[in-house]
Design a protein around this ligand. Structure first.
Ligand code: PLP
Length: 414
């Protein structure tokens, strides 16, 4: 079991809502810091462990700064994310550019910032050289389809994933870049997504460490780092067990000794690109009930919609819901909790057992801190909400204002 908590009492939340109307996402600085420190602890045995926070999870410089103040870098996959990293003060090799189908301007900006560039394809070596130049340190994203048949709901099977180089291409890619004068190398993969099982992380590490040894033996390149990607899950459902970070850390440490150190590779740094496990459980979408509708089913209508959180509609993802002030009330009713889009899948929950809801109740949708606000869009002209940050000292800061209709019309010409 993992308990679903919210950091404000009903009275405190009502005060916040007077100043910042719903809907909004609220993030908790203390939880974000705790999450990062736990990850750092997991790899405390590793030399030069680095976490490149996946900016796409919560693309707000205020959030990046919280993590950076404890030593995290960034993982960027677009020009805007590179700029967010720069504005948050994270530059140089603290940045890893892990994008795909990468446009030239993104490579240029990454090079200008001194980022580590992680290429998604062998043809990108030439493209990068022609359009931006070559970096000091280059990394390649490996797609281990030849070794992993199992997939996962969000990311699918590696063989059907658009990402990364094949095994054969990996070896050619290092040779080509070495011939072009590059001297420092890394290796990357990202196969898991929202994974909770220790074995998957160990399997990934084993595959990567063995490949690192093969790269050394076959072509004489000693990798500077192995980036195991992101994908550390969070228990969205109250009955799910969180990742056992201790077991993951100890298991990967053992593999590191057994595979890398015993083959003379005792200087390889471990990197991760965690997004969800840093901010996922540190965010909540707060929304007010504006309608109740009883037809063939019982519907609760919120003042938000899937533009504020699209994971339930997109992946059928579960997000726990509580009602502010009614946390301990019995679950007597069965509701579909909906947004206002003209899309029937615009539902935050289907057939959810909840306490009896009244219009004006404030619903708290849990675990929205990663890939929540970030995935927003403007379909039906819906506006994206504000983002608030609860600081460790208890103060609330608005770290992004809500969009206005003027923002919406700003790009239109007629
Ligand atoms: C999305 C993504 C991540 C972060 O994934 P989480 O599941 O949030 O940890 C890391 N690396 C890459 C390349 C990604 O695309």
């Amino acid at each position: 079991m993992n308990e679903k908590i919210f950091p404000l009492s009903d009275a405190q939340l009502r005060e916040v809502i007077k100043k910042f109307p719903t809907p909004f996402h609220l993030y908790d600085e203390g939880t974000i810091k705790k999450n990062f420190r736990r990850l750092r602890e997991t790899f405390s045995w590793a030399k030069n462990f680095r976490e490149h926070f996946a900016v796409k999870a919560t693309p707000n410089p205020a959030i990046v700064k919280i993590l950076a103040s404890d030593g995290a870098g960034t993982d960027c996959s677009s020009l805007a994310e590179l700029l967010i990293s720069e504005r948050a003060g994270v530059i140089g090799e603290k940045i890893m550019l892990t994008s795909n189908d990468t446009p030239a301007d993104e490579f240029k900006k990454a090079l200008e910032l001194g980022a580590i560039i992680n290429l998604d394809d062998i043809t990108h070596i030439d493209y990068l050289e022609k359009n931006a130049g070559l970096p000091q340190c280059i990394s390649f994203r490996y797609n281990p389809a030849d070794l992993m048949n199992e997939g996962n709901e969000i990311i699918g099977k590696p063989a059907e994933a658009k990402y990364g180089l094949t095994r054969k291409q990996i070896f050619d890619a290092y040779k080509i870049s070495r011939d072009k004068g590059i001297k420092r190398f890394g290796l990357h993969t990202m196969v898991a997504s929202n994974e909770l099982e220790t074995e998957i992380f160990l399997l990934t590490a084993k595959i990567m460490f063995e490949l690192a040894v093969e790269i050394k033996n076959k072509i004489g390149i000693e990798l500077e780092f192995v980036n195991l990607g992101g994908g550390f899950g969070i228990p969205y459902r109250p009955n799910e067990k969180p990742v056992d970070f201790r077991a993951v850390g100890e298991g990967i440490h053992e593999l590191y000794e057994k595979i890398l150190v015993s083959n003379g590779l005792d200087n390889v740094a471990i990197a991760t690109e965690s997004g969800r496990a840093m901010t996922g459980n540190a965010g909540w979408l707060v929304s007010t009930v504006i309608h109740e509708k009883n037809t063939y089913k019982n519907y609760i209508g919120l003042d938000s919609c899937m533009a504020n959180l699209m994971r339930p509609a997109m992946y059928g993802a579960y997000h726990h819901i509580t009602i502010s002030g009614k946390e301990n009330f019995p679950l007597t009713n069965n509701y579909d909790v909906t947004g206002s889009l003209c899309e029937n899948n615009d539902k935050f929950a289907i057939d959810r057992k909840l306490p009896k809801i009244e219009i004006g109740d404030v619903l708290i949708i849990h675990d929205t801190g990663a890939h929540g606000h970030a995935m927003g869009f403007n379909y039906n002209g819906k506006l994206r909400s504000a983002e608030l940050l609860l600081r460790e000292d208890g103060k609330i800061e608005m770290i992004r204002r809500a969009e206005t209709l003027d923002d919406y019309f700003a790009t239109l010409n007629f």
